[in-house]
Every structure is written in C-alpha cells, then in structure tokens.
Ligand binder design. Structure first.
Ligand code: ARG
Length: 466
C-alpha cells in the first residue's frame, strides 16, 4: 500500500519500489509509530475530526496491533514504510475510518517523532548498561583494593598505581559517557508532532497536549527545523562512539594484560575462545570483537554526518538513511557494554605478577628523585642523579631492591633510610595523596564517592517515559 498516488499516471518501477522501501528496517519504529498515532488520534478528536467513538475504536485497534506484533511474520509485507504499514493494518481493523488518521499529518513529522521516541529509549538502555558496567568496575575494585599495578606511559613502566585507581579511571570515562548520553537525551526529548510536512499543521492542534501524551518534555519551536533536524541522532551516535572508544581502550589494555608476557590477569572462559589448530590457545575474542565493532560505531557517526551535509531545508528523502546507522550503533553499543561487564565480572587478577612487574621496574625512580628534592637538591640534579642510578642498574643487571643504602649514598650523600622505603613501589603510593591521586586513602575515598555517584545515576535513568 501507498499513502499517495492520485497525481501519478503510472506506478513506480519495481526496482525503485525496492530501492526506496524501508519497512525491512524501519519496522523497529513500530511501537513508536503506534504511540505517535494514538496521540495524534487524541488530537484529531480534540479538533473535531474524530468523534469520541471513532477515537476509541482507533485506540482499540492500535492496542490489538501492539499485542499481535510479536507473532512471526507480522512485518512480512510490501508497504513502503512503517507508517504506511501501520495505517494499512488500522484499515484492516477499522475499515474506512483509518483514512482519517492522517488528517493534517505528514510522514515527515511522523518519522521525526517516531525516531526521537526510539532514540530516547535506546539512550536509556545504553545508560542502564553503562551503570551495570560501572558497578562491575567498582565491584572488582572492591574485591582487589590492594592490588598494585605498574602504571604505564608510552606503554613503558612509569609509576606504581593501585589497580583500583586504574579501574576508577575507566569509571570516570563511562561516567562522562553517561552524562553525554543524558545531554543527548534532553535534546531528543522534544516533540515534532503538529509540525506537518514543513509549515506547521493546518489544524489547530494542541501541540503541548500531544507532547505530554507521548512523554516529551517540550515541543519544537520551528516546524521547518524539526522535520529536517537529526542532530539528536548525531548526538546519540557521538556519545555512543565515545563510549565505544573508551570500551576499546579497556579492551586493548586487557588484551595486553592477559598475555603470557604480562600475565596480570586472566580472562574468564565465558569470554574467551580456542583455536581450531593450536590446542593451547585461549584467545580474548570478546575484547577483540569489541575493539573491531568500535570502528563500525565511529563509521556510523561519519555516515550520518555525511548524509546531513549540504541538505537543503526542509525534509529530503536522504533522511531515510538516518536509521540503519543508529539502529546498528544502538545494538552494538548495548551488546558491547554488556560483554565488557561480563569480562570484568569474570576476570581473575594476578596481583603478584603485577606487583613483581612494578618491583622489577624502576617505577620508584620519581619517588627517589623527589626525596632528594625534599632534601634541598634541585629537581634537575636529583633527576640526573637518579638517572645515573638507573643506568648503573641496567649495566649491572640490578633491580631496585638489590641496592643498599651505602651504595646509593655514593651517588647522593643526601640520601637516608627514607630512600630505601621509597624504592618499594607500595611505599611510594602514599606520596600521591592529592585529590585524584593514587594514595590508598585517596583511592578509598574516590571509590566510596563513585559508589554514591552511581546510585544517583540510576534515579535518572530509571525514571521518565520510555
Ligand atoms: N520513510 C521515510 C523516512 O524514513 C518517511 C518519511 C517519508 N516522507 C516523504 N515525504 N517521503 O524518512
């Protein structure tokens, strides 16, 4: 079925029908389209186009459609798009009354409304996934509050940090992602309904009532803008892409940390795979796939930006290309975050291996130089002196703990017993007691605060209309 045709003498080519049809993917807007149509029926009754009986007959038919829609093959149809499909189904139920439902309505405002409703619920879903991931990170930090990691810069051992501090770094990233999604949610939460094709509806609809019916926080201010605006979809794709970028960084860390070479942690059987040839293999496929899917999410953002570039106002059919990239990203991000939480929940840390790597490396070199600086040596000289100690260690195959105080004092007579404690990475942790630092007290406080912050997120994501 089509919602147009009177002006045409011949039908469209079959190839074009297939080319332009969108039902096979926009069927995912079904529930949103039905909700939007119910709200629109209410508005039509208010302006006297539908009687109360007609309005409730239409509502009943829509409710029946919602309960049938789970049946297999329900969407096997050749309608042009989901809006046409819904009206045809309505017609099958209420007869010619269905012809009134599109009075003063355009698919341009309809698809904008449906898509916003869909994106709002996808955002809430992603936020809830992020909350459980953040909960998993905190739970691991709580299980292993003392594990010590050689922190890296340039992938070279740099300074010791608590593994809990490292986990909280990812907590912060996912926290920002949640906030970005929230901002996207607020910009999506605007109702286009009543904007018509581009000029605003020709009927005096109460747009605020329609918005309230659909759980939108406000109504759009300009009809031309809102039928052509897909910024909300871009916002979602951007927030989702950044979320995936963060997830892929954690994935990359753990792919490395779980190698035989690092041996800092072991991934659970739940998220690893074997090799068809090499019996010994236990590969981190879940995290590799996540890293790979991140590319697709970023590609989807690019894809929609390119679709929107240079589009003249207002609606153009190009905009139909907005959906698949958003649907795909929503699926990918939601599954990826779920997988990542499972990886975190099932990982087994090897704190002894981490600590050995920290102790064998020179992660305390900075602490030693700072001891000298506190004793009045200029930091430049202190840096030179400790550099000399490290060079000598490398030449003589010595680890930090192999040095005696007397040997160290040959490099710098200012050094006393405090130098020996500074050489133990765990001791050096306590120096970093600034806000946001890795001293155990600071990390404990940050962990507690993070827990409370996480609870406050759930209050938002579990409220509201979706
Ligand atoms: N399937 C279309 C889309 O996704 C619906 C709007 C069609 N409007 C139109 N004037 N052709 O954008």
């Amino acid at each position: 079925m089509k919602l147009w045709g009177g002006r045409f003498e011949a039908g469209p080519a079959e190839l074009f029908e297939r080319y332009s049809g969108s039902l096979q993917f926009d069927k995912r807007l079904f529930e949103a389209d039905v909700s939007g149509s119910k709200a629109f029926a209410n508005a039509l009754a208010q302006v006297g186009i539908l009687t109360e009986d007609e309005r409730s007959a239409i509502h009943e038919a829509f409710d029946a459609m919602l309960s049938e829609s789970g049946s297999p093959g329900y969407f096997d149809a050749d309608d042009e798009d989901i809006h046409t499909f819904v009206i045809r189904k309505l017609g099958e139920s209420v007869g010619s009354l269905a012809e009134k439902i599109h009075t003063g309505r355009s698919r341009n405002e309809q698809v904008a409304t449906d898509f916003r409703l869909w994106v709002k619920s996808a955002i809430r879903d992603t936020q809830r996934q992020l909350e459980s991931l953040m909960g998993s990170l905190l739970a691991l930090a709580e299980r292993e509050p003392d594990a010590l990691l050689p922190g890296y810069t340039h992938l070279r051992r740099a300074q010791a940090v608590l593994f809990a501090h490292y986990l909280l770094a990812y907590f912060e990233m996912f926290w920002r992602d949640w906030q970005r999604l929230q901002q996207a949610y607020e910009r999506t939460d605007v109702s286009p309904l009543g904007s018509g094709a581009l000029a605003g509806s020709g009927f005096p609809f109460d747009r605020h009532a329609m918005a309230a019916d659909l759980g939108f926080a406000s109504v759009s201010r300009n009809s031309l803008d809102v039928v052509a605006d897909r910024d909300f979809a871009l916002d979602f794709l951007y927030a989702a892409s950044v979320t995936m970028l963060h997830a892929s960084r954690l994935a990359e860390d753990w792919i490395l940390y779980s190698t035989e070479e690092f041996g800092f942690l072991e991934m659970g059987d739940e998220v690893t795979s074997g090799s068809s040839l090499m019996p010994q293999k236990r590969n981190p496929d879940a995290l590799e796939l996540l890293r790979g899917k991140t590319g697709r999410a970023c590609g989807n953002l690019q894809s929609l930006m390119m679709t929107l570039k240079g589009l003249p106002l207002a609606y153009n059919r190009d905009l139909q290309e907005d959906k698949e990239c958003v649907f795909e990203t929503a699926d990918q991000v939601s599954e990826s975050i779920g997988i990542l939480a499972l990886c975190v929940d099932t990982a087994r840390l090897r704190p002894e291996a981490m600590e050995r790597a920290a102790e064998d490396g020179w992660v305390s070199a900075t602490a030693l130089a700072e001891i000298l600086a506190r004793a009045g040596v200029s930091f430049h000289r202190a840096h030179q002196i400790v550099g000399g100690i490290v060079l000598s260690s490398v030449k003589h195959g010595k680890r930090p703990r192999d040095w005696t105080l007397d040997e160290l004092r040959e490099f710098a007579p200012e050094l006393d017993e405090r130098a020996m404690t500074a050489l133990a990475p765990r001791q050096a942790l306590g120096n970093h007691a600034v806000v946001g630092g890795t001293a155990p007290g600071a990390v404990g406080a940050a962990r507690q605060a993070a827990k409370e912050r996480l609870e406050s997120l759930a209050e938002v994501s579990r409220s509201g209309a979706d």
